[in-house]
Design a protein around this ligand. Structure first.
Ligand code: BG6
Ligand code: MG
Length: 217
């Protein structure tokens, strides 16, 4: 029986995925890469900052040292953090805050499971923090999605077994991580992008999501 829901953050609760894309695009342009697209950005969803950088550098024919790569990732993060200064509750995706509040009313425990090191800032700026019971994020993991670590830590913080948790995700890496954690998953976005998920919906505002069925109440 499901007793807790672990939400991914970027692209599930908040519209920060677009800001990640714009920050990577700015870095790509500085590196002379002019063909970095939103399609490439889909593969950056849910994976670590360094793995995301790799997606950008695939489009370059230059070789860079590890030190240079670390500098690029740092630079992208500066651009991204700059864009987060304007973040308000307007960035919360439709029906996301309402869904979290309704689940808590049903006594379902709620966590965020995000590989982003910026998750706490985003939760603070959008005012989502007080709505969430527990946060598992990039600051306390050693392995990124598709590894299940971030979700297993979330379940532990919620004091629930993995099989008592449902993961809500928009990325392929996140759905794989949920599977590896032995958790059920609800994928948001086009169904064909995440065929492995147990449930599918366009977004948290999709009226076809049947929470009671998911919880077997
Ligand atoms: C994930 C995003 O939530 O966080 C990825 O989907 C991003 O695109 C990752 O690379 C790491 O984020 P940050 O903020 O620590 O660079
Ligand atoms: Mg996401």
């Amino acid at each position: 029986m499901i007793k807790g829901v672990i939400f991914d953050l970027d692209g599930v609760l908040v519209a920060t995925d677009k800001l990640h894309y714009l920050a990577w695009k700015r870095l790509a342009q500085e590196l002379g890469i002019t063909n970095f697209t939103e399609q490439d950005n889909v593969r950056q969803r849910g994976v670590s900052r360094m793995a995301s950088l790799q997606v950008v550098l695939e489009k370059s024919n230059q070789q860079y040292t590890e030190q240079e790569k670390a500098g690029f990732a740092e630079k992208k993060n500066e651009y991204y953090i700059e864009s987060l200064t304007h973040l308000t509750k307007e960035a919360i995706l439709p029906n996301a805050a309402e869904t979290v509040a309704q689940l808590r009313e049903k006594k379902i425990r709620v966590a965020v499971g995000s590989v982003s090191k910026n998750a706490p800032i985003i939760l603070q700026r959008t005012g989502l923090y007080p709505l969430i019971d527990e946060v598992s994020c990039g600051l306390n993991i050693t392995r990124s999605k598709p590894d299940p670590q971030v979700f297993l830590i979330a379940a532990e913080k919620l004091a629930l077994k993995p099989e008592e948790c449902l993961v809500v995700e928009d990325s392929a890496a996140g759905i794989q991580a949920a599977k590896a954690a032995k958790m059920k998953s609800l994928a948001l976005g086009p169904e064909k992008e995440n065929p492995l998920a147990d449930y599918h919906a366009a977004s948290l505002a999709d009226p076809s999501i049947n929470w009671d069925m998911i919880f077997e109440l």
